[in-house]
Design a protein around this ligand. Structure first.
Ligand code: ATP
Ligand code: MN
Ligand code: MN
Length: 301
């Protein structure tokens, strides 16, 4: 009873000030899941999600008519999201300035969902300081034909190699095929040094352990290996945010996991938008205590 009461207490989009239209519209066709169900999921996990996603430039995967129809990746907006989705001017390489999107609170998140957003991807830095990332992400992309067990083993190896450099890392299932290994930083160093570190580290690992890893983005170079995607750590690149839903079959979500439980995790898409209660319970469990928290400096040279 206590549990169902707790469920009843979960915030709704409406309680957060957002009226969700077309609640019954099927967004995940194969699974018959609706926009209302997606909004309920995001409203439930919004507080949790904002820990990582607040005040970070974001890109969206929007599928206003459902994921079976046209979806698009969106970085900019001229203001159609209204006041709860904010803008930060970003100077591009070519010298031009473009406004990027960010959200500061659950209301902003639910605004995105009302506007047909399924996925939320974020930069490695927050809007302040925009030029100094507060996380590294190593995106482990297995070659076709590899098992999730291979991804797990690669993630554990990566954890150990990061540990050798004194860096603590945290795993996340992406809701897709892989795992992201996240290294929180203290946001003391600017982009060029951080992305350079990520690239050199990935290339060194691929060179030392070529039977497991490749740092080459080309799919033909994978050949039974895991692509250690260091490109997520460049200024302007994004990675899917913890608790973001994915526009894929089964309505999976990206979710924090613990190194201790990794052996028991059978795939990258074990959690879905129907698992809000489970995810909230996990987030406050001992297992995930301190997940993603560490103010670390990159090692010298
Ligand atoms: P999976 O575990 O299935 O690989 P993933 O989220 O890691 O899921 P990737 O294809 O490896 O998917 O992409 C890694 C990240 O790169 C994404 O989370 C996203 O933020 C970014 N990305 C992917 N495709 C695009 C794109 N077309 N444009 C911009 N960024 C993209
Ligand atoms: Mn990936
Ligand atoms: Mn990738």
């Amino acid at each position: 009873l206590a549990k169902s009461e707790a469920k009843g207490d979960r915030p709704t989009a409406e309680a957060l000030g957002i009226r969700v239209t077309n609640r019954d519209r099927i967004i995940f066709d194969a699974d018959k899941l609706t926009k209302g169900q997606l909004a309920d999921y995001y409203a439930a996990v919004a507080d949790l999600m904002m820990v990582d996603s607040a005040n970070r430039p974001i890109s969206l995967v929007r599928c206003p008519q459902g994921r079976g129809k046209k979806c698009f990746f969106q970085k900019h907006d001229s203001g159609s999201f209204g006041p709860d989705v904010k803008h930060v001017p970003v100077k591009e390489k070519n010298g031009a300035t473009e406004d990027y999107l960010y959200i500061a609170d659950p209301k902003g998140l639910l605004t995105l969902v009302q506007m047909g957003t399924i996925e939320v991807h974020g930069w490695g830095s927050r809007v302040k300081p925009l030029e100094k990332p507060d996380r590294l992400v190593f995106d482990l992309d297995p070659d076709v034909g590899l098992d999730f067990a291979d991804v797990r083993a690669a993630a554990v190896r990566l954890k150990a190699l990061l540990g050798d450099l004194g860096l603590v890392s945290f795993p996340m299932v992406t809701g897709g095929k892989g795992i992201h290994v996240i290294v929180p930083l203290d946001a003391s160093v600017a982009w060029p040094k951080v992305s350079d570190f990520a690239e050199r580290f990935a290339r060194a690992i691929a060179e030392a352990e070529p039977q497991t890893f490749t740092a080459n983005i080309r799919k033909v170079a994978r050949q039974g290996r895991i692509f250690l995607d260091w490109l997520r750590n460049q200024r302007g690149a994004t990675a899917v945010m913890p608790y973001s839903a994915r526009a894929r079959d089964g309505a999976p979500v990206a979710a924090p996991i613990a190194w201790e439980e990794l052996d028991d995790i059978k795939s990258g898409n074990i959690f879905s938008i129907l698992d809000a209660d489970k995810l909230i319970e996990r987030a406050s469990s001992k297992l995930l205590a301190g997940w993603g928290e560490a103010k670390q400096k990159l090692p010298n040279a």
